[in-house]
Write a protein that binds this ligand. Structure first.
Ligand code: ADP
Ligand code: GN1
Ligand code: MG
Length: 373
């Protein structure tokens, strides 16, 4: 079998891992796949050429980020089973419309290899695409509808069954505290290079708790949310062009729909890529913002409260600020959290997010009044 491009140390036990999952046919080829920042993702193909080939997604889970991988897999298994039942009830195709875990020979949903790395496998969802940028406005609408619908589907899911896979994941004030600590410690001696970016974040301290305070006071409801709703975490059907499957379920936790909305805007309504180095290309597309809002509200089917609707623009602004702060924190701490592909990659990412916040502030009245209230 050809383990192309997987010789990197971190994945040295990939062959051992592959052999433990119950796949159809002989493994033939395994290569890196997708553009996620967290897990190591591979596409595994089985079966001889000419035979019906099997395709699977194999992931080495990032246990630096997810400290309780067993709890996490309990979430993924519980949520996918639940979604599967709902999809079957509504006459859909559960193998394409939600993730399907492949069992190991021990009947488990994960395999821990001989050096302690955690692996899992999903059926590969074929003839579908996860986009890294909006190519057609209609695609963005479809993704919005699906993310909205997703959280409605999970409306009745028993919250007590969920492990908090990353405590305080979208606790923006806590993210700010971590950022301030990283600046103070300046472990890599990089702070001097980014004084302007640091000042930009510090100047916005008063904004950090706008949404979390409402959540704490019960003014907006705590729901089962996805928490990582960027465009490449949803697959669109290549044939029908409709959103097919919400993926990357690692961060399903109690949270707020306001942030699920906001994180999609942060990524998809930016006119530039998340790691664009020419900041003049970064801006909020009000047209994409409006399109997403329409889709999300349609998908939520009237389930959002007036207080949540009112907070949607803040969701976009704070998810962008929080993400910028997280990239900058990681840059200051030596790039240990997000996977980088070049030096200063996290700094480039942080800069686009902060530039986007600035543009949102410029367009604030339009974001607030025109589309959401
Ligand atoms: P990360 O947490 O690192 O972002 P993801 O779970 O989002 O990892 O997976 C990375 C990429 O792999 C996705 O953006 C998507 O392109 C692809 N992918 C993941 N699961 C599947 C699947 N079951 N079928 C097809 N593609 C998938
Ligand atoms: C990470 O896993 P991925 O690439 O879909 C991160 C998100 C960030 C995003 C920025 C578990 O998402 O929180 O918003 O990068 N996921 C985790 O692109 O931290
Ligand atoms: Mg992802």
């Amino acid at each position: 079998m050809d383990y192309q491009t997987v010789a990197q140390g971190a994945c040295e036990k990939i062959e051992e891992a592959v052999s433990r999952f119950l796949v159809n046919g002989e493994p033939q080829e395994c290569r890196r796949y997708g553009n996620g920042h967290i897990n190591d993702t591979f596409l595994l193909c089985t079966g001889e050429a000419g035979e019906e080939r099997g395709r699977y997604i194999l992931q080495r889970m990032n246990t630096d980020v997810f400290k309780d991988p067993k709890g996490l897999m309990g979430n993924v298994s519980g949520v996918t089973k639940y979604l599967r039942e709902q999809i079957i009830k509504s006459g859909g195709n559960p193998d394409r419309e939600t993730l399907t875990l492949v069992k190991t020979e021990d009947g488990l949903d994960y395999y821990v290899d001989s050096i302690g790395s955690w692996w899992r496998m999903y059926l590969f969802i074929a003839d579908a695409t996860g986009y890294d940028a909006v190519e057609r406005e209609e695609d963005f609408y479809q993704s919005a509808k699906a993310f909205g619908h997703f959280q409605r589907l999970l409306d009745q899911y028993p919250v007590e069954k969920l492990t908090e896979t990353i405590p305080d994941f979208h606790n923006t004030p806590k993210r700010f505290e971590a950022f301030v600590r990283a600046v103070r410690e300046d472990a890599m001696g990089r702070a001097d290079k980014v004084r302007a970016e640091i000042a930009f974040v510090m100047d916005r301290e008063k904004d950090m708790a706008v949404v979390t305070d409402k959540l704490k006071r019960g003014e907006i409801p705590c729901r089962v949310t996805h928490n990582d709703t960027k465009l490449n975490n949803i697959l669109l059907d290549d044939r029908t062009k409709e959103a097919l499957c919400v993926i990357d379920l690692d961060t399903i936790m109690p949270g707020t729909a306001v942030f699920d909305f906001g994180d999609s805007i942060r990524f998809g309504a930016n006119t530039a890529a998340e790691d664009e180095t020419d900041l003049s290309k970064v801006s909020l597309s009000l047209s994409l913002y409006e399109t997403y809002t329409r889709g999300f509200l349609a998908g939520c089917g009237g389930s959002l409260t007036a207080a949540e609707l009112e907070m949607l623009p803040w969701g976009a602004r704070l998810m962008t600020l929080e993400c910028g702060m997280r990239f900058l924190t990681d840059y200051l701490e030596g790039d240990h959290y997000f996977r980088i592909h070049r030096p200063d990659h996290n700094l480039d990412r942080a800069r686009t997010q902060l530039a986007l916040v600035e543009d949102m502030e410029r367009k604030w009245e339009e974001m607030k009044v025109k589309y959401c209230l």
